[in-house]
Design a protein around this ligand. Structure first.
Ligand SMILES: Cc1ncc(COP(=O)(O)O)c(C=O)c1O
Length: 390
């Protein structure tokens, strides 16, 4: 009797999904566990998808995505990040951010290799490394003086002859941490010095609160990288344009790895759906105003939740610079999954357990503050009461 491959069995279940599955069977839950807002995709993007269907975008496209979309992405990088990219050889459109991560990791790692993953981080990072029969080595960011920071001596100490990749997320899910320019430079010299690939997950780059003006992106590692650097950036339309269900993203990488990812795409999804690629072009060209409005709302939500959490007993929470999450630490918490389950069952608030985010995550919970204000108000009230009464 054949059994499921051990390489598949070794891939752990996502702790966020596990909690969410429980919540989905219940009525009246305030859902703050997933990384998405309750706001639907803006009308102008939906209309563009509809028009693309009418215009006949129902056939296969290039494995790297429509040339027009790649050209638009190159223009977008010039406008938003002041970075020059070759749309023919350095940009690959993917069927979501997670698919960009998947194909990038597939192209960077051999079976048995090790990937250093800066944690707490989205569980799909380590899971994707496992899926390649490689091994994630989780290195927690350290909280120093109210700010998370990369500990380069921990990174050095974790190196082995099998280490081939460093994976980091900025702005971070779940921390909201954003790498400083100095950290980016150090990360680059670390990978250059040790012959590693750097995979930078930048899907939250537009959800950034420290820019000179609203809508300024968090600095991309590509601003500092040279063209021949071993750098790959994973990106997505999901968060910036409220397009989580559409499944479209992209990666940027040195031409050797981008070329290979293009070819492997043929065997994974072939390409992102044709009409959705057209809608994505519209999102890039018309999305700035909606984005700025969303950022105002997100910032207000963040500040409201921060204020509420800081008044709860035993809760400490650093102020995040990006993304739409808070990751409060709860004094004495040893089992964040049990805590989230109890909160869900008794108060109908759904959070993601910190343990799901790898090393450094236990003892915290993740709250996505992209929901409507009324939902957040009720959730904060219920969490506060739960903490005081337990
Ligand atoms: C850090 C991070 N990277 C990538 C993704 C993937 O986004 P998608 O697959 O929806 O494009 C997510 C989604 O939550 C995320 O949090």
């Amino acid at each position: 009797m054949p059994t499921v491959a051990s390489s598949a069995l070794q891939v752990p279940q996502s702790g966020i999904r596990e909690l969410a599955e429980m919540a989905m069977k219940m009525e009246g839950v305030l859902k703050l566990y997933f990384g998405e807002s309750n706001v639907p995709t803006p009308e102008y993007i939906k209309r563009a998808a509809w028009k693309a269907l009418e215009d006949g975008y129902t056939f296969y496209t290039e494995n790297a995505g429509l040339p027009g979309l790649r050209q638009d992405l190159a223009s977008y990088y010039r406008r938003v990040h002041a970075v020059e990219l070759d749309p023919r050889s350095e940009i690959v459109v993917t069927g979501s951010g997670v698919q960009a991560l998947n194909v990038a990791i597939r192209c960077a790692l051999n079976p048995g290799d090790e990937a250093l993953v800066l944690t707490p981080s989205w569980p799909n990072h380590s899971a994707n490394v496992w899926m390649d029969n490689a091994v994630p080595v989780e290195i927690p960011l350290l909280l120093r003086g109210g700010r998370y920071a990369v500990d380069f001596s921990d990174l050095e100490a974790a190196l082995t002859p099998r280490t081939r990749l460093l994976l980091y997320t900025s702005p971070s899910n779940p921390l909201g941490w954003v790498a400083t320019e100095e950290e980016q430079e150090e990360v680059l010299s670390f990978v250059r010095g040790h012959d590693l690939w750097l995979l930078a997950d930048e899907v939250y780059d537009r959800l950034y609160y420290r820019g000179l003006k609203p809508g300024d992106a968090a600095p991309s590692i590509l601003r500092k990288a040279r063209r021949d650097d071993p750098v790959i950036v994973a990106q997505s339309f999901s968060k910036t344009y409220c397009m989580t269900g559409w499944r479209i993203g992209w990666l940027v990488g040195r031409s050797d790895i981008a070329g290979k990812a293009t070819q492997l795409n043929e065997f994974i999804v072939s390409h992102a759906p044709s009409f959705i690629q057209r809608a994505a072009q519209t999102a890039l060209s018309e999305g700035e105003e909606e984005l700025r409005k969303m950022l105002v709302r997100l910032r207000e939500n963040r500040d409201f939740c921060l204020e509420a959490l800081r008044q709860m007993p035993g809760v400490t929470v650093p102020s995040p610079d990006g993304a739409f999450y808070l990751f409060p630490k709860i004094e004495g918490l040893k089992d964040s999954f049990a805590f989230c389950r109890k909160l869900l069952e008794e108060r109908r608030v759904g959070l993601a357990p910190g343990a799901a985010f790898g090393a450094g995550g236990e003892g915290s919970v993740r709250i996505c503050y992209a929901a409507e204000r009324e939902i957040l108000e009720q959730a904060m009230e219920r969490i506060g009461r739960f903490l005081r009464e337990s």
